[in-house]
Design a protein around this ligand. Structure first.
Ligand SMILES: Nc1ncnc2c1ncn2[C@@H]1O[C@H](COP(=O)(O)OP(=O)(O)OP(=O)(O)O)[C@@H](O)[C@H]1O
Ligand SMILES: [Mg+2]
Length: 332
């Protein structure tokens, strides 16, 4: 039997009339990565806050390494590293000072604080910037420092809330490699993300949530298989005909078509037969819609998400949130 490191059972949480979580269950086995995937407002941060003892659920139960997040909150805090959704580093301190401050929260002696700060700065390639004020850091450097702060306590269990949101692609790939190295060292990881590509790359298992409810779970491949078939991709020449083209093709798919306006690209989950491809091309021609490209491909997790929720991932507006630092001494 694999050891369960994080477990949530029937977690429910409301904010006034907003039901942020509705009877959510999840399990993360030791040494694995669970990707909690969902659009803005799905309830990801709410669940993270409950699992990290920052917020109490209305009902349900959660444990970390077997410790109850309500009754054994202090123990739980000492066992986990958390990097929240928004940077919690202090702008008016240097990178090194920020990390040493976290060491102080873990009650480390001054030698050990320096050692761990150096180690984290090195691992996150921040050594050269270590003695600069954080307010001079780029967004990517802040994100790395933030992740670094969650590592100072050498946690075996790490919870990262949207670790790469807002980063440029190169910095995102750097962080992915860094996270993969932590996991190779045996760290258990729960990671929330809106990026299907991220969950696909990093997570052993994925739990998809929307409107506070788990709507699917499995490996990336299992989720893709659930969708079945293939995806029809059509690139049209004249972007002004995008809506018309989508309407002409709509009933060939399982779900609504999605489009990328800038590229003139329409994507549709289908049963994937060759005749359907010919039918799509014929309909577009009949309607005087010129094509640059048409083809079938295997579904991505984006397609899975669209099929499950009826919403493409890009169309979702951002929401504001406040960020809290986890205080392992138990004084919040
Ligand atoms: N402190 C709060 N007071 C009132 N409503 C809240 C509070 N925190 C969260 N909510 C609401 O609960 C729902 C879930 O929010 P949550 O922040 O958990 O979503 P999320 O999946 O983290 O979204 P995002 O991807 O934008 O970070 C949203 O409708 C949000 O507006
Ligand atoms: Mg969030």
């Amino acid at each position: 039997m694999p050891e369960t490191m994080i477990e949530a059972e029937s977690i429910t949480k409301a904010f006034g009339s907003t039901l942020a979580l509705r009877s959510v269950d999840l399990k993360v086995e030791a040494g694995t990565v669970l990707g909690l995937l969902g659009p803005n407002g799905a309830g990801k941060t709410t669940l993270v806050r409950i699992l990290t003892t920052l917020l109490k659920p209305d009902s349900g139960r959660a444990t970390v390494a077997g410790y109850d997040v309500i009754h054994d909150a202090v123990t739980v805090r000492a066992m986990i590293g958390l990097a929240g959704q928004f940077a919690a580093v202090d702008d008016l301190l240097t990178g090194r000072e920020n990390l040493e401050l976290v060491g102080l929260l873990y009650h480390l002696g001054s030698k050990e604080r320096k050692l761990r700060a150096d180690e984290v700065l090195e691992r996150l390639s921040l050594t050269d910037a270590a003695d600069r004020l954080v307010k001079t850091y780029s967004g990517g450097m802040r994100r790395r420092l933030d992740l670094g702060a969650s590592l100072v306590g050498h946690p075996r269990i790490l919870i990262l809330d949207e670790p790469t949101t807002g980063l440029d692609p190169a910095t995102r790939i750097d962080l992915w490699q860094f996270i993969e190295a932590l996991v190779a060292d045996g760290t258990t990881l729960l990671l929330t993300t809106q990026y299907l590509e991220e969950a696909d790359r990093l997570a052993n298992r994925i739990v998809v949530i929307d409107h506070g409810q788990v709507i699917a779970e499995g490996t990336a491949n299992e989720l893709k298989d659930q969708l079945g078939g293939n995806v029809l991709e059509v690139t049209i020449t004249d972007q002004d005909q995008l809506e018309k083209a989508a309407a002409v093709l709509a009933d060939l798919g399982h779900g609504p078509p999605s489009y990328d306006r800038a590229g003139g690209l329409i994507t549709l989950a289908t049963d994937g037969k060759a005749e359907m491809l010919l039918e799509a091309a014929r309909r577009l021609e009949e309607n005087g819609i010129a094509l640059d490209d048409i083809g079938l491909r295997r579904p991505s997790l984006d397609d899975v998400f669209l099929a499950l929720t009826g919403k493409p991932t890009e169309d979702l507006p951002g929401t504001a949130d406040t960020r809290q630092r986890l205080d392992p001494s138990g004084v919040l």
